[in-house]
Design a protein around this ligand. Structure first.
Ligand code: 5GP
Ligand code: MG
Ligand code: MG
Length: 190
């Protein structure tokens, strides 16, 4: 069959243990979040800051659902620590291209786990004197409550499991899945 014939799971289906959030659930939630943001920011110009690479799909769908003029910036950060837990010590791999002073900044994050990366990011961006600074995270895990990070908009609170899809990777794979799920144990460690 043709690559298009692989269907919506891009051929990853056999690796997926459980679909946590379907494409329809994700897209419906994004419309809900975008409507809320549009009401809260009416009359203002929003600068969306996407955190690479995980937030790319979210940014793309969210910007289209948001009925407001927006501009987009991207930042890439890397958190020191093991591959499964972050340390809160963050390095900027790609900084914003523009000054954000006096701008209404809305940070788009794929997922908040410990919250350490976001906590660092908010301090960093806050020091650049934006007019306002808020966060919209598609997913949040239970540990996030341990760190005091003000997240104004959250899509889904999910269980403490490693998830992939819709921007989220395991070893750079599965970002292109339109849904979010968990991997079968045998996928890890080979
Ligand atoms: P934190 O500093 O909040 O612990 O780390 C957040 C980052 O860790 C996310 O932006 C994401 O890159 C990664 N991460 C946390 N949980 C998961 C998960 O369940 N799946 C994937 N693919 N990445 C995760
Ligand atoms: Mg992220
Ligand atoms: Mg990753």
């Amino acid at each position: 069959s043709t690559p298009a014939g692989l269907g919506p799971d891009h051929g990853y289906g056999p690796d997926i243990h459980h679909v946590l959030l379907s494409e329809e659930q994700i897209q419906a939630k994004i419309v809900e979040l975008a409507d809320q943001v549009a009401r809260d920011y009416a009359g203002r110009e929003v600068l969306l800051v996407g955190v690479l690479k995980g937030a790319v799909l979210f940014m793309s769908d969210f910007a289209r659902a948001l009925r407001l003029p927006t501009q987009m910036e991207f930042m890439a950060v890397s958190s020191y620590g093991s591959s499964t837990s972050s340390s809160g010590v963050v390095r900027i791999l790609k900084d914003l291209d523009r000054d954000i002073s006096d701008r209404h900044v809305l940070v788009l994050e794929d997922i908040i786990d410990s919250g350490l990366t976001l906590s660092w990011l908010l301090k960093n961006l806050g020091s650049r004197r934006p007019a306002s600074l808020e966060v919209c995270a598609l997913l949040r895990k239970p540990d996030a409550i341990k760190v005091e990070v003000p997240v104004r908009y959250v899509g889904f609170d999910i269980p403490n499991e490693f998830v992939v899809g819709y921007g989220l990777d395991y070893a750079e794979r599965y970002r292109d899945l339109p849904y979010i799920g968990t991997l079968k144990p045998e996928v890890y460690g080979d």
